[in-house]
Design a protein around this ligand. Structure first.
Ligand code: HPA
Length: 275
């Protein structure tokens, strides 16, 4: 059977062989409804995941399932238009394979986005939240044999979210007149949304937003020494009582993410211009 390294390298070879391939500086992961930034890339190649060796199929709503190579804000990039979630049934190793592929392609900085429920009662639907730390209820993607070519067995997570990138994002947002929140992202497996009791618990332990993604990618990216910036679009407010009349709905999530996605794209592009 192929080892994980072989699976990663087969994908890397396929991508590097694309005409016009240039070593990407930035990797971008675009979540639910946030794929539009991908359309702004001056693409040299748009590769459906189904064509890339060992990539999973993207089955999630609002996720297109393309790897885009090209230039954005004058920088060479590789972008995932759609991601792999644990709730789709992928193993954590398969779900995070693209992050390691990006590392092997040359990516030094990852920009990650997601749609999330608002736990913090000061938040509103459509707000953007810069992630400054996380609490995870997902299985750790590094469980299993350590790939020492990528990083150490016990990687530090004290500064998982790069402080310089956070402060650059805040400056860019303020220059563009975009309101941004900052907070802690709680990751659950999904696919069911949280119960009101879970929402109150997540709030109590310090969570500001809750989602079903991102953390596995962040841990894998930090393991191999990438700088990470991540941002949530608050696509719905989490219900904290069973009396709530507005129930969570996946189509509403996509719609809200789509609208706020434009501001998020502006911040991502601003970061790429200044680094
Ligand atoms: N919970 C979990 N994941 C989500 C939510 C939510 O409320 N909104 C968007 N992704």
């Amino acid at each position: 059977m192929d080892t994980n390294i072989q699976l990663i390298d087969q994908a890397v070879e396929y991508i590097k062989a694309q005409p016009g391939f240039e070593k990407p500086e930035f990797g971008i992961i675009l979540g639910s409804g946030l794929g539009r930034l991908g359309d702004e890339i001056e693409a040299t190649a748009i590769l459906p995941y189904s064509d890339i060796p060992n990539f999973c199929k993207a089955t999630a709503l609002g996720h297109k399932g393309n790897l885009i190579l090209g230039t954005l804000s004058g920088k060479p990039v590789v972008a995932m238009q759609g991601r792999f979630h644990y709730y789709e049934g992928h193993s954590m190793q398969n779900a995070t394979l693209p992050v390691r592929v990006m590392k092997r392609l040359g990516v030094g900085t990852m920009l990650i986005s997601n749609a999330a429920g608002g736990l913090n009662t000061d938040f509103k639907v459509g707000d953007l939240m810069v992630i400054e730390d996380h609490i995870s209820f997902l299985p750790n993607p590094l469980i299993g044999e350590n790939l020492s070519e990528f990083g150490e067995r016990f990687p530090d997570m004290t500064c998982a979210y790069d402080k310089e990138l956070i402060s650059a994002a805040e400056k860019i947002a303020s220059k563009l007149g975009i309101r941004v929140q900052k907070g802690i992202y709680v990751a659950g497996t999904g696919p069911s949304y949280e119960t009101p009791a879970e929402v109150r618990f997540f709030r109590m332990i310090g969570g500001d937003a809750v989602g079903m993604s991102t953390v596995h990618e962040v841990i894998t990216a930090r393991h191999c020494g990438m700088r990470v910036f991540a941002m949530s679009v608050i696509s719905n407010m989490s219900n904290d009582t069973t009396e709530s009349r507005v129930l969570n709905d996946a189509d509403d999530v996509i719609r809200a993410a789509d609208i706020a996605g434009e501001n998020m794209s502006a911040i991502f592009k601003g970061i790429m211009e200044s680094f």
